[in-house]
Design a binder for this molecule. Structure first.
Ligand code: ADP
Ligand code: MG
Ligand code: MG
Length: 879
């Protein structure tokens, strides 16, 4: 087995084996770009390493040494050679890029002897010792697991002693002193000397990089981005080039387009006289790339041309690491750049317009889940804002929450239900769990290409970074505003950030509704041309219906009528209806509800003029509209304890309590609800149906095109639907009068009880449509009560991989999916024109939408904000 692949033998197609970084370094090498030579140890080796319980496979190091000899020849240097030492980096590189989550060590090949050689060879001792101290720090951190601050602290003290602020101002003597101190840290913390033997350095470094695949932050990142744990990382060994050799050297990161907005301009940052880690780790705030055009015009020009070439080559926006050594440009990494949803959409549309990709490819490039971000609300600029300062706008979106100052607190507070803004001097990849928990991230240092910013963008979190005006102390920051006012923000204080402008704002801000941009409209229009699956929405109010329609909904798949019973002024009428003791009292209450419902339906029909509206008749059990029994008992105790309590009030309370007791159910989800309610107490359904058709009549008079679909919930037996259908027809005929013969409407059912799915052929005899209510269907198929499962045993199931996903989020294909397939097949066999759709939460989930397409449903229905996402996913399912 070939475990080691030189850059000149690989290519981009070998990503699974070489990891993204290795495959792309190979591809660039073969495209003739200036890449320092090196080789890749494959991801297979990583898997073997873990299978062998953290042992490098036998024979690997021989292959590595062989490859090292090749590098020595190319460079005319020797690994460990005291006169012409070869230096390499040992870099992680997984198949799916995980920016900064794993480890890399630079300047390997230095020891007490070779550092002298490097100093003599370059005539630059300051540079040589700078490399050495960096090596010891990275090695100590990555191989021996010594915390970075142990080193940073000493560096800080050194600079204080020397009275300098920049690393580049430290002299060779300064570095030598620090190296002594660093070695002492290694001795104390690792219990051994820093290894002087080259072979040992190399082997320890390789192993440590493999180990970093399983560090805590990499695990969290994989979980968030659903990257399989088995993938493993490659290790890249590459000869060093030096950005820290002097003032004609530097290092930086560029994106071929702005990853935040998608603007087609070179975007990035660099630092003169520095090594790569300084930029990507966010330790120093770097300089915008445009400045490089002034400082090194030739290099800048070459960089621009290379960026363009790489983008064309990969047909996508690239994120490129480069280093300039004595005026010469080298490329150290390229990958498809992480971007915000906004940028993703703009870039995809621009690439089509530039003729680089076609519309199908553009649609395919959008991660539907990310569209959620685009429909996030922005800060309402009409209200006055207490702006404290401005940093770099690293990831757009507005976020409000309480300030917290470390990742663990962010996680703990978020778990307790608080919205938090994570404030750090810089966020290192170790903070990833805090970033995940936070609404947004604010840093006082670090640039827009720092790992923190990249990770926040990838997660769609608003981020403001490099806000240097913040004076951070322990669990607080002080800032002097433009007006000269000094404000202190402490842990727990309300704070907002605007990732689109970089503003940091005191207190909470109000947000305004999102709109679809021109580019998104374009992309969605392309998706609409491709897809066959229709996209409906779940909406209960005219406002939601109109919103969803503006997002492209083609109908309402679920209008829940019980929500119309729940407003404050209606609850007493509903209660009066339930508590009525005589038929007259009951009829009276229902008569009051009728015009209210009618008005609701009219509003919705107007908003959906020309499109189908699926109205589900009352679904929940009646006691949901009554006060809770325990509260009533407490109230009775209280009244009984009062000698002067009003007897009328006592009597009303007793009556209420009797009714609540009578309606009490052991298991209400399986009790008198849905069509069972409609069959036992038909007058409520009659009122609802009457309201629907009265609304139809008045809309017809307004010349509207009304298309109601009446949906009966919780049917499990064909006879239930048959009787309900008779009820609908009778009431409709009664209300519609002369229109009854010509007006078309449909009657159908939800398929949400397993028996309904199994007997779908019989049920279809009485149905014009099936709508899969996959929330209940999942509950009943698994036998999990959703409220008792999520956050409890189900979390355990998913964490221990007993189940691949939460079945309430991602449709369970094997179980629930089989029922759906079966029901569609049987239903259509009985009634070829049967319309089918899905209206559970799953209607807004990409994988589930793919499933719905595959089994041939006519539509998916989801919440208004998910409609654009569903349009894209439906098109992707077609491609
Ligand atoms: P990460 O995945 O964390 O970005 P990298 O392996 O890309 O880790 O390396 C970290 C930094 O070190 C990057 O800025 C990279 O450009 C720089 N670097 C890596 N290898 C070399 C090398 N051979 N010469 C110069 N700089 C390097
Ligand atoms: Mg990198
Ligand atoms: Mg249901």
């Amino acid at each position: 087995m070939q475990s080691v692949v030189p850059f000149h033998s690989g290519h981009a197609g070998l990503k699974q084996l070489l990891g993204g970084k290795g495959a792309n370094l190979a591809e660039m090498t073969n495209a003739g770009l200036p890449v320092p030579p090196g080789f890749t140890i494959t991801t297979d080796v990583c898997r073997s390493y873990y299978e062998a319980v953290m042992q490098l496979p036998a024979g690997l190091m021989e292959q590595v040494h062989q490859a090292m000899r090749e590098l020595e020849q190319v460079k005319s240097q020797g690994f460990g050679d005291p006169i012409k030492p070869l230096l390499v980096s040992v870099r992680s590189g997984s198949v799916t890029s995980m920016p900064g989550m794993m480890d890399t060590i630079l300047n390997l090949g230095l020891n007490d002897e070779t550092v002298q050689g490097l100093a003599a060879l370059t005539g630059n001792p300051r540079f040589a010792f700078d490399c050495y101290r960096r090596l010891i720090q990275m090695f100590g951190n990555v191989v021996f697991d010594i915390e970075t601050y142990q080193f940073e602290r000493l560096l800080h003290h050194l600079k204080q002693r020397l009275n300098v602020s920049q690393d580049s101002e430290v002299s060779a003597e300064g570095w030598t002193e620090l190296i002594g101190e660093y070695k002492a840290v290694i001795r104390k913390e690792a219990g051994r000397e820093f290894p002087q033997q080259m072979e040992e350095q190399l082997e320890l470094a390789i192993e440590a990089v493999f180990r970093s695949w399983n560090n805590a932050r990499a695990k969290v990142y994989r979980k968030v981005h659903q990257i399989p744990d088995e993938q493993g990382t490659a290790v890249n060994i590459q000869t060093m080039v030096f950005g820290n050799m002097g003032s004609d050297c530097g290092t930086g990161v560029v994106f071929t387009r702005n990853p935040s907005t998608g603007e087609p301009v070179l975007y990035g940052e660099y630092l003169m006289n520095a090594q790569g880690e300084d930029v990507v780790a966010g330790v120093r705030t770097p300089v915008p790339i445009a400045k490089l055009g002034e400082e090194m015009p030739l290099v800048f020009d070459q960089l621009m041309r290379t960026a363009e070439k790489l983008e064309r080559h990969y047909t996508d926006m690239q994120d490129i690491e480069f280093t300039v050594e004595q005026g010469k440009l080298y490329l150290l990494q390229t990958r498809n750049g992480k971007r915000t949803a906004q940028a993703a959409v703009k870039i995809a549309v621009d690439l089509v317009r530039e003729g680089v990709i076609d519309t199908g490819e553009a649609v395919n490039r959008i991660e539907p889940f990310h569209l959620d971000q685009l429909l996030h609300r922005a800060i309402d600029t009409d209200k006055p804002l207490h702006v404290l300062a401005a940093g770099l706008p690293a990831s757009p979106g507005a976020a409000s929450g309480v300030a917290v100052f470390d990742a663990d607190t962010a996680e703990a507070w978020a778990r307790a239900g608080h919205k938090v803004i994570l404030v750090r001097s810089e966020t290192t990849p170790e903070d990833i769990h805090g970033v995940l928990a936070a609404e947004g991230v604010l840093t006082s240092r670090g640039g827009m290409t720092s790992h923190a910013a990249v990770v926040a963008r990838g997660m769609g979190k608003p981020c403001v970074c490099g806000c240097e005006a913040l004076r951070l102390t322990d669990r607080a920051f002080a800032v002097t505003t433009a007006d000269g006012e000094t404000v202190t923000v402490r842990e727990g204080d309300a704070l907002s950030i605007d990732g689109a402008t970089g503003r940091v704002i005191l207190g909470e801000v109000s947000l305004r509704e999102p709109e679809l941009t021109g580019e998104l409209q374009q992309l969605l229009a392309w998706a609409d041309e491709i897809r066959t699956l229709e996209v409906y929405t779940n909406a209960d109010t005219p406002e939601d219906a109109a919103k969803a329609r503006s997002f492209g909904a083609e109908g309402i798949g679920l209008c829940r009528t019980e929500h119309m019973f729940m407003s404050a002024e209606r609850v007493p009428v509903v209660q009066a209806m339930i508590l009525a003791e005589t038929a007259e009292e009951r009829a009276e209450a229902l008569a009051k509800l009728l015009p209210m419902q009618q008005e609701d339906f009219e509003g919705i029909f107007r908003a959906m003029d020309g499109l189908p509206v699926t109205i589900r008749l009352l679904d929940p059990p009646l006691h949901e509209f009554l006060p809770n029994m325990e509260q009533l008992v407490v109230e009775r105790e209280r009244l009984n304890g009062q000698a002067d309590a009003d007897p009328d009030r006592k009597e009303r309370l007793e009556k209420l309590l009797r009714k609540v007791r009578a309606l009490h159910e052991m298991n209400p989800m399986l009790g008198t609800r849905g069509c069972r309610l409609g069959l036992v107490l038909p007058d409520i359904y009659e009122m609802q149906i009457e309201a629907v058709f009265r609304a139809v009549l008045s809309c017809l008079r307004e010349q509207l095109d009304v298309r109601p679909d009446i949906m009966i919930p919780l049917v499990g037996h064909a006879n239930e639907l048959q009787r309900m259908r008779e009820l609908v027809t009778r009431k409709a005929d009664e209300v519609l009068g002369e229109f009854a013969r010509t007006f078309r409407y449909r009657v159908g059912t939800m398929i949400e009880v397993p028996r309904a799915a199994v007997t779908a052929g019989d049920i279809a005899q009485h149905a014009d449509f099936f709508s899969f209510g996959t929330n209940d269907l999942t509950q009943m198929t698994f036998g999990y009560s959703r409220d008792d499962a999520e956050g409890k045993f189900l979390t355990h199931y998913v964490e221990t991989k007993l189940l691949p996903d939460n079945p309430f989020q991602v449709l369970d294909r094997d179980g629930v999916g089989t029922l759906i397939e079966w029901a569609v097949e049987r239903g259509r066999a009985a009634k070829p024109k049967l319309k089918t759709g899905i209206c559970g939460e799953h209607g807004g989930d990409k994988q589930s939408i793919f499933f719905c397409h595959a089994v041939g449903l006519d539509y998916v229905s989801c919440s208004p904000y998910r409609v654009p996402l569903a349009r894209i996913a439906a098109a992707q399912a077609q491609l």
